[in-house]
Design a protein around this ligand. Structure first.
Ligand code: SF4
Ligand code: FES
Length: 243
């Protein structure tokens, strides 16, 4: 990219440090039209601070690895334009909330994905291995519910936005519960394991339905709806003694 910026440069304050200590360090970055936050970080690393650690893979909103706290809100760096979030030409970039920091902007996602396991966010077959593909009509209600939840890219933005996650370390969080809801609606699934996980300490019933997760999800998943589905189904199953 040519250094042809005509606007005054951006002042970009970036969190530098590790799990024990750190601080914001400011950099003057060319203010180029159309550049993303990921472009800004790349410019800083290539020209000012080669040791800057940050994470990305696809650069096009597919992999979910670039999520950060950008001017106070969790967002994906590769699809967030700097000009859209800068205030008075200033941008502050920190790691995602609720994730331990490994170094600089790189968060440790192990505990986040471990929650997907605890929520049973995976397929659990209801019978012996099938010999043929299951044929499920596109307008089947269960398939529609599963499809609506499944396109999560695992970015952690909803987890970072959720105040209940911050207040309760046992809470599984919106992404894990959304994945469990997607698996639960698979007609080939046993379905009960997700409901048993939903009623455990920190499960779906811990959610306060504040909706922060749904408002920030970059790919538009309705996490509040998924969690409400788990609450409803698990409560019904418990009352019928079918958990
Ligand atoms: S539900 Fe949305 S915000 Fe949460 S991890 Fe998936 S893509 Fe990211
Ligand atoms: S780099 Fe893959 S979603 Fe941003």
């Amino acid at each position: 990219m040519a250094d042809d910026a005509a606007s005054p440069p951006l002042t970009v304050a970036i969190w530098r440090g590790d799990a024990r200590k750190g601080s914001l360090v400011s950099y003057r970055v060319p203010n180029r039209p159309g550049q993303t936050i990921l472009d800004v970080l790349t410019w800083v690393q290539r020209t000012a601070e080669p040791g800057l650690a940050y994470r990305f893979a696809c650069r096009v909103g597919m992999c979910g690895s670039c999520a950060l706290t950008i001017n106070g809100l969790p967002r994906w760096a590769c699809r967030t334009r700097a000009e859209a979030v800068a205030r008075d030409n200033r941008i502050e970039i920190r790691p995602l909330r609720h994730f331990p920091v490994i170094r600089d902007l790189v968060a440790d996602v192990e505990a986040f994905f471990e929650r997907w396991q605890r929520a049973f966010g995976r397929f659990g077959p209801s019978g012996p291995e099938a010999t043929d593909f299951a044929r499920i009509a596109p307008d089947d209600p269960d398939r529609r519910a599963a499809d609506a939840a499944i396109e999560c890219i695992g970015c952690g933005i909803c987890f970072a936005a959720c105040d209940t996650v911050g207040a309760n370390p046992d809470y599984l969080g919106p992404a894990a519960l959304n994945r469990a809801w997607a698996a639960h609606n698979d007609s080939r699934d046993d379905r009960r394991a997700h409901l048993r996980a939903a009623v455990q300490n920190g499960g779906a019933h811990t959610c306060h339905s504040q909706g922060s997760c749904r408002r920030v999800c970059p790919v538009g998943r309705d996490l509040t709806r998924s969690i409400a589905g788990l609450k409803r189904k698990s409560l019904t199953a418990a009352l019928k003694g079918k958990l």
